[in-house]
Design a protein. Structure first.
Length: 315
């Protein structure tokens, strides 16, 4: 059960680089960060805090172009009439026990190769199954639109059933319940300098995933009175969005060669700043999200994304 997490999105203008023999599509992103604030940096290439260059080429504007791998049905180009693409970004960072101490969290049972006791976690693709004892932090960014973001969490069990849904963002303990999102503003869950522990909670049921339902709405869907200090059972006003998440299909892309990159100093600052104000921190020259989700909706409507954090079923 994921009950201590948060993070946000950025506008992507995507161009096809080609379709591979395996049916996947390479997507070039020369303009996908243009809704983030412009950078005052003058570096000629993006590097992680480890000094490792990411995959991509330098554009004329000085903003590095990155490559995403997506399924061949990932839509590019303009949307159909009276519709729009809404996009969010998701980055997962994994930490060692020394990086993020959590009481009663067991030692990791999975591989911890590449995890060193430094201040930075390392990126993990959202397709990776996490193991018992691993420490994880999430970063969410609204990539294409300004709007209000809501995150619902429900557990998924080995028999295919789901637990009760909970609203885990916004909460009054994070930025006093403010949830207005914009490109360049990242929300980290559980919050900056924190992480959550992957572990089995009920020996009678096998937990295989946390299903995060992310809503991006042009209008607020809850009043301050509907928001709890911490996570709360799902308010009735958001019940219909759970049903939409079960039916709608969003398209997903993965940053090529992004797995294993350490969390940059700017990304750490973004999570900390998101607790005290709502000014964007990430700029056009900073690293893009590890995973991008895209949904097609009628113009002016809320978009719903269903994201899974998968776990190894064996303790």
């Amino acid at each position: 059960m994921l009950r201590r997490i948060c993070s946000f999105v950025v506008l992507l203008t995507l161009c096809i680089a080609g379709v591979g023999q395996d049916g996947t599509k390479s997507i070039k992103s020369e303009e996908y960060l243009k809704t983030r604030p412009e950078s005052s940096k003058t570096e000629t290439g993006l590097q992680s805090s480890s000094g490792r260059n990411t995959k991509g080429n330098q554009s004329r504007s000085g903003v590095r172009s990155h490559i995403y791998t997506a399924d061949k049905n990932f839509a590019v180009g303009p949307p159909p009439r009276a519709h729009e693409f809404v996009r969010i970004g998701l980055t997962i960072w994994r930490f060692s026990p020394g990086q993020c101490a959590i009481p009663n969290c067991p030692p990791p049972t999975g591989a911890t190769k590449g995890l060193f006791d430094t201040s930075a976690g390392t990126r993990v693709d959202d397709s990776v199954a996490l193991s018992t004892g691993e420490r994880v932090r999430l970063g969410l960014e609204s990539l294409s639109h300004d709007g209000f973001v809501y995150v619902i969490d429900r557990e998924q069990f080995a028999d295919g059933t789901f637990g009760d849904p909970y609203l885990i963002f916004p909460t009054k303990s994070i930025n006093n319940g403010k949830n207005y999102a914009r490109p360049g503003l990242q929300v980290q869950l559980p919050r900056a300098e924190g992480c959550f522990c992957v572990k089995l909670r009920d020996p009678r049921r096998v937990l295989v995933a946390d299903n995060l339902i992310v809503i991006v709405s042009p209008q607020p869907l809850l009043t301050p009175e509907n928001i709890g200090v911490k996570e709360i059972p799902l308010p009735a006003q958001l019940t219909s969005y759970v049903g939409r998440a079960d039916k709608e299909q969003s398209q997903r892309a993965t940053l090529k060669e992004g797995t294993g990159l350490p969390q940059t100093t700017t990304e750490q600052m973004a999570g900390t700043k998101g607790l005290v104000d709502t000014e964007p921190v990430l700029t056009q020259s900073d690293l893009p999200p590890q995973n991008v989700y895209q949904s097609l909706v009628p113009q002016g409507h809320a978009a719903v994304f269903s994201v899974y954090l998968r776990y190894n079923s064996k303790p």
